[in-house]
Each structure stands twice: as structure tokens, then as C-alpha cells.
Design a protein around this ligand. Sequence first.
Ligand SMILES: Nc1ncnc2c1ncn2[C@@H]1O[C@H](COP(=O)(O)OP(=O)(O)OP(=O)(O)O)[C@@H](O)[C@H]1O
Ligand SMILES: [Mg+2]
Length: 492
Amino acid sequence: MRLYKKEGSTIQIISFPSERVNKGDYLVIADSSTGKGIIVQVVEIQYANIPGFLEELLRSCNDDYSIQGEDVDPFEMSNHIRYIQDAHLLICKIRAVYSNKGPVFASSLLPSRSRAKIKKISTERLFAQKKPNIKYLANLGETTEKNQLEVDIRALDGSLNIITGKKGTGKSHISKLLTLSLVSQGAPVVILDLNSEYTGLGQDSDGKPNRFHKQIHILTPGHNLKVTLKQLKLGVMTSILVNALNLPGTSAREFRRIWRFLEQNGNLTMQDLGSAIKSWKCNQHVRDALFSRYYTILGSGLFTDDPMQAISLEDSLKKSRVGGAVVIDLRDTSTIDRLIVVEYVLGKIVELLSRWKLKAIFLFAEEAHLYLRETYWDDIVTRMRHFGVFTTFITNQPDTIRENIYRQADNLFLFNFTNEHDLETISRASKVDAETIKSIAHDLPLHHCVVLGNIVNDFPIVVKVRKLDVYAKGHTRLFFSSKTNFREVIQQ
Ligand SMILES: Nc1ncnc2c1ncn2[C@@H]1O[C@H](COP(=O)(O)OP(=O)(O)OP(=O)(O)O)[C@@H](O)[C@H]1O
Ligand SMILES: [Mg+2]
């Protein structure tokens, strides 16, 4: 490899056919005279543009007219010409300057073109400076040089993370991998599971209980997630009514009075709440507003008056304090009920965190735009983060996440995107240059992602995500699937 050009933070390197370099690989350009070097990442591979190459191609294009005769090549030039014709131009981005002390983030060095030695550098050596604690290492998969990528899972602590990519590329898979890595390190995780995909985390691929079985708590609203009004704080209930069910301010004020009245009389039940709204002396519009919300929460099935039926989220969360995941299965929950459940779950988490019943929580939210109200996004990345809610958003529509949220993301797991608009959205807001994002993400194969952020010490790394031995649930139902025989089903 030979150093060719430097323009700003872009370096161009000529590589020859015998040198196998992939997009995403890291190279070190070492200048022996100064003992320093630059660490660059290959973001694009092109043909080397050699002057006169077009003429050469046209001249050698003799397929239609085969000329009789013998090629005379006394100096054996043809091999050299072919070698040059197949040379590649590597477009690289400077990631760090390398000295004896290790990598430093800067791009000011200009290595000697004649003396610079260019060679590949492994991710292990890239990370060598920051020695992680072996106890907290999590294996994400295989890098392009077939090395295992072990990251310090503590990089997710206090962080906002985004997993995004095209449909079916492996986003939920990596979030399961991160969840299990966190659980095995003793961290509590809450998953807002839209498609019932995470309910198999406690089973292996054959459906048998795995080593995480006891640490995975699946809660289905209306079935094993039910609460009594006594278990609920007024604040959580009002935020359900106001935020999820758009109850106007005056009606909310009246509701608080009714609640306190019932609380004082020890009658805080759904039944008594209904009767109290009916007989409460207030404006008819307020009563109507309260009644419509009352019937919605009654219909959600989340609330019960029977303490025996009540299964509190608090208990499951407390059980996960030493490592566990609470999966809130939202698959069979209607849109409005989903808003109620999510409002309740987040309200409860913040309540427990503020009372120091929980130290912190890792929240995984799939397609959050379907159940998170507008204002929650900022809340989650600012206020709730201070309380100890560390969120990972997972989406295949990157434009549903606002630009300011991308900017605050500490880690980004980016899978393949071919759509220019999607790539534009991410590259505009990411901390890494747009060229890296667009070029690398565009060519990522299935189940490969580029990891950016603190977790990889700010060196974007392409990784083939490792397999997981967990029961795959939440498959898309297909008509032409061989697994279900519809005729048999309707005959039953
Ligand atoms: N690294 C991997 N190794 C093996 N199988 C994988 C890997 N990643 C994903 N898969 C499999 O590929 C399929 C799709 O993966 P997954 O559900 O994670 O994609 P997704 O991006 O979340 O899709 P969607 O956009 O539909 O939510 C699943 O059956 C999953 O088990
Ligand atoms: Mg998914």
C-alpha cells in the first residue's frame, strides 16, 4: 500500500491486488522517522484512476476481432500492467494519531509519502490503550478480520443508545444480545416489546429453559400485569389521564379531588371511582370527560379491585435488581391501552428510582414512536436519564427519532440502509462524518452492523453480530409459510 493524497481528514491510499482490504478496516500509516503514525479507516474502495487507462482498455478490447498472431512481450510487461490496472484507491478517514503512548484523537500529522509504511491494525490493538475489565466484557460478534469483538458493557451505563437499520437486518437480535449481556452482569432491564419478540429470552432455540430463565419476567397487561388503585400513586394516574388520554386541565383538577376524597375514606377502588364520578357535584362537561376516560381505563384491563389478582410491576422490577429483564408484552394491546400501559410503566420506574428502590434501569424501546408521546422523548434523554433510566431506541424508520436525540446518543448500532433519505437522516445527526455512515451502512451485509460511540472507544467498527441460542418468537405471519397448514386450521 502506498500513501497517495491527504485532503482534510480524508487520506487516499493506493492498494495492490495482493493486499486484501475491506470497507471498515483500520490501517496504520507509520512514519518511522518520527515514530508517529495515523490510524485511518477505509470507508470507500474505488479503482485507481491511472492516466491513459481508458485508451488502454479500448485498445485491449479486441473480443470481436481476434487478431491472429503471437504476443511478443520480452520484458514481461503485461503482468505489471494488469497489476496496475487492478490497483485500488482506498478512501480513508483519519480516526486518530498514533504515538508510543497509544492513539490520540487528532488529524494534524502529515506522514512522509516516501517512508510511510502502511499496514492493517487489528481492533484489539486499537482498543489496547483502554484496558477493559475482563469481568464486564461482552462478545458482540466477529470483526471483518475474523477477530471476536469484545466490548465493555459498562459503556451502556448512563448512555442513550440507538439501534437502527432496514427491516429484518437484525436490530431486535442485537438488542436481545445486549439485554442478555446486561442481565448476566447483574443489571435490571425493562423491554417495551411490541411484537412479543423478547418473550423467548428465557428459553433456548428448542424452547427449553436456558440459564436466564429465572431472570426473565414476562408481563402481559390485563393478564399478569394488573394493579389496584391503592398500589398506584395519584401522580401516575393523573399522568395517564392527562398524557395518554388527553384529559383537560380542569377535569384533571376535579379528578384529583375525587381521588383524595376516596383515599381519605379508604374506598380507592375502580368501582367506587365510577360511583364517585357519577355522584360528584361538578360541571356536566367535566363529568362526561371523566367518565369517558374512566371507561377507557376500565376497558384496558390494567386495573383491578381484587388484591389477589394484582401483580405488581414493582415486585418484578425488584427481582431484577440483581440482574433480570422485565418484558412488557404489548402485542395484543390496543393503541390506546398501549399508551396507558407505557405511561404506567415509566411512571412506576421513575417513582421507584426517585425513592432509591432501584439504582438504575436499562430501558429497551422498540418503535417507540408508536407509544411514546412527543414530550417523552426529551424527558427520557434528559430528566429520566438523570433519574437513572438509560434508554435504547430500536427502529427501522430513523426519521421517527428527532435529530437532537441522535446528537445526544452515546452509542449507535447501525445496520444496512439502502434508502438515501434514511442514510441522510442518520448521517446528518451522527457524530461521525456523513461519508462514513453513508458509504459503510449502504454496503453492510445482513446481520452486520457498524458500531459507533463510546462502546467502541469512538472507533467505528463493523461487526457480524454473533448468533444467540434463544427461542425466536414474534415471527411475521406468512401466508405461504410451510409451517402452518391453513386448511388443517380451518377444519379444526
Ligand atoms: N446475527 C445474527 N445471527 C443469526 N441470525 C440472526 C442474526 N441477526 C438476526 N438474525 C435472525 O434474522 C431474523 C431477523 O432478525 P431481527 O428480527 O432481529 O431483525 P429486525 O431488524 O429486528 O427486523 P424488523 O425490522 O422486522 O423488526 C430473525 O429470525 C433473527 O433470528
Ligand atoms: Mg425487530
